[in-house]
Design a protein. Structure first.
Lengths: 246, 246
DNA sequence: ATTCGGTACTGGTATATACCAGTACTGGCA
DNA sequence: TGCCAGTACTGGTATATACCAGTACCGAAT
């Protein structure tokens, strides 16, 4: 009988056992939100495995969304997920202020540009149409959570970029230009966080995240805004109300 | 000439360069859908790195959704994403048949059970209420794509489990019990694929995927079905029509 | 023709080691 | 007081190696 793995542990890999052990501490609350997980070297010593194996375990916990890492600082327990209601997209920034969630918006870039083929199609304008483009970084409870880039048809809101963009632009468009968001087409997909996005979100690259694209239309059904959000996938969930059209 | 990182590549990690190289072959179409990627050992030789480094690169490509792996068979180029319209949830199985997409449904489990607290809340019934439960595996174009478990209030559809469940149960409920799906509450989140789910989906464990939970209500707004789907995240995207209620 | 076993592949797990590059703190010097 | 160097941490990258466990295929024996 070679290599008796014996009775107790029939096969479960070592690193899996470590994952289970630490996961248990997280879900049971022994390790509260944002608490530091033991480091790779500590886990290795504690469980008598090599650092690479400890690392595999910690990476798995990360991949499962139970923890996040900060480069060369450590790994920490993920906070509860934020729920983003895509049926109520408009008021995301607006509502956050009222619900007491600590939302901070950082403006990364703003400029006017011209619609390429994809944007032109989404916004039902000609290629080359002038658009306002701005990219913002959203932090919830002082944790960077998503990057959003929006493209707005400039013709309908001249001077938009002169306003303070660290607020709900939907409200801005309503207040100053009388444009009311009425319907939206939303697409959600899982994809990898690109290196530059990862840097902004404070993540190691090659991690999976959520991409959310939305086209926002006014009361006449005319699209005026196309946005793309990249979320840290473990920090959010998305809810929608579906009405079956038969 | 020893290990010249030289001018061109100032710092970009080796495995990152390999990722870029292979990614390029995928997006440019040199490697078509479902084509086999070079194996870990081949990549290692080709790029003159150790197998572990080659592995890191291939895992990164996988994490980015460009490829999927099959245990001990190899890694393969991911096919185009399937779009799942959550506003049209009902007809998923029904529509697939008509759109020519090759959809296969495998029944994994079926039994009647009792509502726990969470299910009772979702379905607006008492704890202990009898429910029909069944789990099905969906394959699209002969690739396992999602696992779905649904809970249906048994009182409203006695004998449901006796029908062939390898079809749209929404249509089944409509035809035999007169229950019409009218609205649904949907939640989408990214989370890790659990080991047993991974086995069913033919994936290595600890990978991120998409969980979609939905409560389906009839014309009176009464919930009758709660479902949970676990998707291979790189194979799907989810679309919704949002109507802003102000 | 079918079965069975070998073999050459695949990825999965695991060790031990090394160095790099940031972070966070501490203690001393100006 | 304020800066700065040192140090002890953290994770990130990378090598070399070993063995395990499935898969796929081919060829020989039945």
């Amino acid at each position: 009988m070679p290599r008796t793995r014996s009775q107790a542990a029939p096969s479960l890999p070592r690193f899996r056992q470590i994952v289970d052990s630490i996961s248990h501490d997280i879900v049971s609350g022994v390790l509260p939100e944002h608490a530091a997980l033991p480091s790779e070297r500590v886990v290795a010593d504690l469980h008598g495995v090599s650092r690479m194996t400890a690392r595999r375990a910690l990476e798995a916990i990360e991949a499962e969304g139970l923890a996040y890492s900060e480069d060369r600082k450590g790994r920490f327990v993920s906070p509860k997920r934020v729920r983003y209601d895509i049926s109520n997209q408009v008021s995301f920034a607006a509502r956050a202020g009222s619900t007491g969630a600590d939302l901070a918006i950082l403006l990364l870039r703003k400029h006017t540009t011209q619609a390429d083929a994809k944007l032109a199609a989404a916004l039902a304008v000609s290629v080359g149409e002038t658009l306002h483009e701005y990219t913002r970084l959203f932090s919830i409870d002082s944790h960077t959570t998503l990057i959003e880039t929006e493209f707005v048809v400039a013709r309908r809101c001249p001077g938009l970029l002169n306003y303070d963009l660290r607020q709900s632009t939907t409200l801005l468009l309503e207040k100053h230009y009388g444009i009311l968001a009425r319907t939206g087409d939303v697409v959600i997909r899982m994809r990898a966080i690109l290196p530059d996005e990862a840097a902004l979100l404070g993540l190691p690259p090659h991690h999976a995240g959520i991409e959310l694209e939305q086209t926002i239309r006014d009361e006449a059904g005319v699209p005026f805004c196309f946005g793309r959000q990249v979320w840290r996938g473990e920090l959010a969930e998305f809810s929608a109300q579906a009405i079956v059209n038969r």
